[in-house]
Design a protein around this ligand. Structure first.
Ligand code: SF4
Length: 424
């Protein structure tokens, strides 16, 4: 059984996810998260200077901009990476060690589940409340801290290990600009009891799935958004069935298994599968626009009013000038010149009204040539993987000049100009 704080929520929805073989993958966002977690651990244990020196160079500037005053870094009050072992049967917990790097090995005893909050309060608050905090660096939806399986489990671990009646739990969301935002909740005695009960139920369901699996029975898998980070996804029978139905026709495929003919077949099937997904999504959206659909974790899928502030720069300028002066207004209002082909087309159409005989498209081509000659237009290339009809001159080789293949789902091609943006 592979259950821990971060996998509990998924296991509560799909118990077999805790018994299927895990295949670890490192995504770019996870790499950033890992670097930042490691840095904050070092700040607490080794001090800021040494932590900065140990951080990868490309992350240093962003790390140095963190809001250190607000973060729980004082070693007299906070301990990073304290690992606990929770025994589901006895509803007790003990401290396993610190800075173990999630490598619990033989430290864990039979029937114990590991949990490592990013930060744990060294002392109880008012002699009765444990504190656990978890850093979050991505943009994933977190939900309320009081309802988080992960924080709830950590709270239970710390409270039981420290003999606390209550626990204070926090997500610390760290934004790209270094600002830290706390979302905190207090779990009282009854809330902790409820978490212990829910945990026992999840463990019982995982054990049931294990027994079914060992007896050769079919696993009751539940697909959904929670699958996104499931380490068992590449080995999950439900996902393999979906992959077969939606694209490959033959379960999971690796690039090494593809031939040009087979790849073309998969591509065609994927287009058809996309149409199906679009249709089903359309029907779902229509339904949800009239009646919000309840989702796991207290969320709903439905119409949401999203605010977007739109400024009128001309009306705003005098207000800013009056409060902070003209210089401030100039800095605050973005006046970067922008040039696009569509803008030039518009201007040429207007010119054509007075200059009879002026042809828009030939004039645009002439303008583009002149701009390129003057160094005001450069063409940059990106290398998305997409369907296209090669022109004879392109048939030779469309791969990146540095030899790297195209980027799946890459950005659209772009062109820009010196001194002002120009769209391709
Ligand atoms: S990928 Fe989804 S359905 Fe499969 S085991 Fe993981 S959570 Fe369950």
């Amino acid at each position: 059984m592979k259950l821990s704080g971060s996998s509990l929520q998924r296991a509560s929805i799909c118990p077999p996810s805790a018994i299927l073989p895990a295949v670890q993958q490192v995504a770019a966002a996870a790499t950033r998260g890992t670097v930042w977690h490691d840095f904050l651990f070092r700040v607490n244990t080794e001090g800021l200077q040494r932590a900065l020196e140990a951080a990868p160079a490309e992350h240093r500037a962003a790390l140095a901009a963190l809001d250190f005053d607000r973060l729980p870094l004082n070693p007299d009050a906070w301990a990073p990476e304290v690992s606990f072992a929770y025994n589901v049967e006895s509803d007790t917990a003990r401290e396993l060690g610190r800075g173990l790097g999630r490598d619990y090995g033989p430290l864990l005893l039979e029937g114990e589940l590991p949990g490592t909050p990013d930060v744990t309060g060294v002392h109880l608050v008012e002699d009765k409340r444990a504190r656990v905090l978890d850093y979050k660096t991505g943009f994933a939806h977190l939900g309320a801290p009081a309802e988080s399986w992960q924080l709830g489990f950590y709270a239970l671990c710390a409270a039981r290990a420290m003999g606390a009646e209550e626990a204070e739990v926090s997500f610390i969301r760290i934004r790209e600009d270094g600002e830290a935002y706390f979302d905190t909740a207090v779990l009282d005695f009854f809330a902790l009891e409820a978490i212990a009960l829910r945990l026992r139920e999840v463990v019982a369901r995982v054990r049931e799935a294990q027994a079914t699996h060992e007896a050769g029975g079919a696993l009751a898998l539940t697909e959904g958004e929670h699958c996104r980070r499931c380490p068992a996804l590449p080995r999950c029978p439900a996902m393999a069935t979906l992959a077969t139905a939606l694209g490959s026709g033959e379960g999971w495929l690796t690039p090494g298994e593809l031939t040009p003919e087979r790849a073309a077949r998969v591509w065609e099937r994927l287009q058809a599968a996309r149409l199906v997904v679009e249709r089903v999504t359309g029907a779902l959206e229509l339904y949800a626009s009239e009646a919000p659909i309840p989702l796991p974790g207290g969320r709903v899928y439905g119409v949401k009013k999203l605010p977007r502030d739109v400024f009128d720069a001309r009306k705003a300028a005098p207000v800013l000038e009056q409060i902070f002066g003209a210089q401030f207004a100039t800095k605050a209002i973005d006046t970067t010149p922008s040039l696009t082909k569509e803008g030039m087309r518009r201007a040429l159409r207007a010119e054509a009204q007075t200059h009879r005989g002026l042809k828009v498209e030939p004039s645009l081509r002439h303008l583009l040539e002149q701009l390129r000659e003057a160094g005001a237009l450069h063409t940059r290339y990106s290398y998305p993987v997409m369907a296209y009809k090669p022109r004879p001159e392109e048939a030779e080789d469309e791969r990146r000049p540095d030899g790297v293949g195209g980027l799946p789902g890459g950005a659209a091609c772009e062109a820009d100009s010196k001194g002002g943006g120009a769209e391709g």
